[in-house]
Design a protein around this ligand. Sequence first.
Ligand code: PLP
Ligand code: TYF
Length: 393
Amino acid sequence: MFSDLHPLPLDPLWALQNAHRDDPRPHKLNLGIGIYRDAHGHTPVLNAVQHAERSLAEAAPSKVYRPLSGNADFTAAMTRLLLGEHTPTLDRAVTVQTVGGTGALRTLADLIASAHPDATVWTSNPGYANHHPLMRAAGLLTAEYPWQDDGTGTTDLRPMLSALDAAQPGDILLVQGCCHNPTGIDLSQESWHALAQHCQGRGLIPLVDMAYQGLGQGLTEDAQGLQIMTRHLGTVLIAASCSKNMGLYCERTGTATVLVPQPSEKAAVLSVLEGIARRTYSMPPEHGAAIAAALLNTPHPWHQELGAMRDRIRTVRTQLGHALRDAGAPHDLLTIEHHQGMFSLLPLTPEQMDTLRDHHAIYGTREGRINIAGIPDHAITPLAHALIAVYGR
Ligand code: PLP
Ligand code: TYF
């Protein structure tokens, strides 16, 4: 049965992880995979998470099966985090718990395939490496729009909208809500408004991927663009992840939200989402959702730790910017100062990224993505010098 199968190439991010692991150079720097690291290079479990886990263990509630839509405390609190407290849009929202942000994207892709199998999903280029494979796995077609800096650190809307001229009514606009992976370039508030108008005018359905809420400007601030969409449009899809902002990576905790024009449409959407869960994995895992519900419902300690992560990322960005300036870096390298969230896309070629790895033991992706949140304090200045040595002045 399997004799005709050939091994697939390893996911480039895991290949990079392995290459870094096997590199004997002591000063090696792993800026590949997107995880937050503290000033010493560690990714500890948040105190708020440890506290929630202890409480859960002590309470030892039963492990009987849960609803197909997951933990209701968690999904309700996530819906408010995404859409805002006290907003009428809450009445139009259906949220189910998913297996991380990835599971949310796949669940929504399956929902789209059930409702509108001919839809094309438009995703950014450059964009998140898994968007095309996820959407195609659900049988959907994909297409791309450009995602580039307008010269001021935000996304240039003109080329994006002109590419979307080819989209058909009912097509899906997959857009990252904040802290764009891999570029760190986000839409301005004005551009979010213009994009919402464009979707309304053309009958496009936004699918907002929120994988980094709270790691850019703040939990509320990072949801502004999404909320412009949800206030102005009848139908909006949202994939959310608790992997980064709660450090719950391996607990696989996320949500899929569907905003419908009329509350009367919610029941059918919920039943289709539950059907997708049932035939895929039956129900999502409880542990991460129970932790996340505790963090969301007693938010102060979590907000403090998230704020510390966000502040560190921004401080590292600023310090790297200063180190680059001090070393006489060209303007192109300094754009990283304007980026949002964990990532920046450097203007380096794949060959220059290879040189960075081979000569300086610095591991970023071949497309030029580096994880700013992965830079320990002691590595900031050496990194700046290495970037200039490879890219030129
Ligand atoms: N969407 C984007 C843009 C991401 O960068 C990621 C993870 O890096 C995800 C979704 C998936 O998140 P999760 O790890 O929760 O599946
Ligand atoms: O972009 C990133 O770094 C994340 C991390 O199989 C990731 O998507 C990469 C590969 C993978 C799971 C997570």
